[in-house]
Design a protein around this ligand. Sequence first.
Ligand code: UAG
Ligand code: ATP
Length: 500
Amino acid sequence: MKKKMYILTELLDGSFKGPDRQEIHSVSYDSREIEPGDAFICIKGEHHDGHLFIKQAIEAGAQTIVGTDKEVLDLSAADHPHLSFVCVKDSRSALAVLSSIVSGSPSDSLHTIGVTGTNGKTTVATFTHSILNSLSFRTGSLGTAGIWDDQQKTDFKQTVPTTPEAPDIHKVLKYFCEKKMQGAVIESTSIALEQKRLETIHFNVAIHTNLTPEHLEFHQTMDAYKKAKMKLFQQAAQAVINADDPLMAEDLIQTFKGPAITYGIRQPADLQASHIETTRTGTTFVLDAFGTKYSINAPVFGEYNVSNLLAAIAACHQVGFSIASILSVISHIRKPEGRFQMVEKKVPYQIILDYAHTPDALAHVLESVKQIPHRQLIVMITGIGLRDPNKRPLMAKVVESVADQIIVSVDQPGHADRQGVVNDVCRGFKQPTSPHIYTRLHREEGIHLALDLAGPGDVILLTGIGFGGYQIVGDKKIPYSELEVIDYYFEKQSLFKKPM
Ligand SMILES: CC(=O)N[C@H]1[C@@H](OP(=O)(O)OP(=O)(O)OC[C@H]2O[C@@H](n3ccc(=O)[nH]c3=O)[C@H](O)[C@@H]2O)O[C@H](CO)[C@@H](O)[C@@H]1O[C@H](C)C(=O)N[C@@H](C)C(=O)N[C@H](CCC(=O)O)C(=O)O
Ligand SMILES: Nc1ncnc2c1ncn2[C@@H]1O[C@H](COP(=O)(O)OP(=O)(O)OP(=O)(O)O)[C@@H](O)[C@H]1O
């Protein structure tokens, strides 16, 4: 491989020790991942200070060390005069800059579309990815549903739940460029925006879905959460804004400088849906796009998914496609796994999986599930060990008057006490001792109970973060598959029924 020298003083602002030119093969924020010729960026994290691992990084072959602690950097520099040390104001910013440069600034050669919002990012990203590829605009995507090229999910390792760290983002974008892709859809979480993972990307389009309380364990206040999301629009040329969102739409409309398209169901908007009706195969509605009306029949369920579809249509229009051509491909749009996913089983009741793990998402999915004719509605909700505990009782509040049978369980416990999480959720019920409320400490047990309770004509809705392929228990990622848990239930049943 051709070696590439970088003039560090041209790339970073800061004080320098050692050679100002350095070869950089790759960039990493983790000393355990360093290979010879890499740059190591010291991040002060929740548990460790990356500066403590400089020695380990140098032993592994790091040639460039970037951090914010001048004293520590100067001490190491004195011992390693042939290595480069840079003291910067902000390590995460330096991580983004170097990661992009070392990968050849791939985002400059791609049409980039960022999606932010509390709920709907994965769905909007998947719809946008699907429409653009159907229109032969070869596009990849990065987000909770994994890293996709234009055809399929790739093998890229995902070390962060949704928006990868800067070095990984740029490696993926470089790969997209090598595969001659034209676009990339990037789910842009508030945490990633706050941690500057996306800092160097000039987005062609930024999409807003909505803002409701979430991740307050990280941002602390709604204002800080909103500010983090607004950052995406400060680095974008065009915007797609959800006019129905009371918390962020007005600010975006007022402050966004470039061309913007609004979409909505309740408020007047450039793309507006009305006459929404659920059918057996999806939803029909009337789309008014810039004054022209279209009759739409889309294979998606739930009013909020109509909203998500409008966001994707608006973004694809901003990429350059006409509304008519976009509408010509939506009849076979791809939907993300675990979002209003109907499980195919030969049983006289219906099983739906949904990722709803915020009170707002749960309210929306319940509203849509209620439209399906049913006898009993059996709903499993969960408290998430790793997330804001204040959200837990709100999940109970949302479901109590809607479902006939409610099961409360635990998702992604991390280090949280399972019983404590369940108790937190149950505090939200008006009648926690109701015989229709059950608690199970493990998600698998909750699912099996829901299936035990189901009879002909019932609908089971299993909500929570059961679809990422793992559960975080303590510090460990334990492989987990929702479909396997369901399959196991039916396998057990068929064994039980077999004649001896
Ligand atoms: C809570 C949080 O912000 N975690 C992030 C944080 O980890 P941390 O603060 O625990 O790091 P730390 O263990 O204190 O270590 C500090 C630094 O020392 C380094 N280190 C550590 C040990 C060692 O031996 N050598 C070494 O170099 C670490 O790599 C790190 O750079 O810094 C790491 C490095 O930047 C991140 O990868 C990590 O994201 C983890 C993977 C994560 O799960 N983040 C979640 C909260 C997240 O980002 N979620 C959002 C939103 C998801 C959603 O909306 O659903 C997302 O975009 O996925
Ligand atoms: N536009 C929307 N408004 C409200 N709720 C929604 C919307 N879109 C999806 N949801 C609900 O939120 C759940 C998660 O959807 P999706 O995965 O698309 O959101 P997300 O923002 O990517 O979430 P995460 O970042 O946690 O992956 C869905 O299963 C559904 O219950």
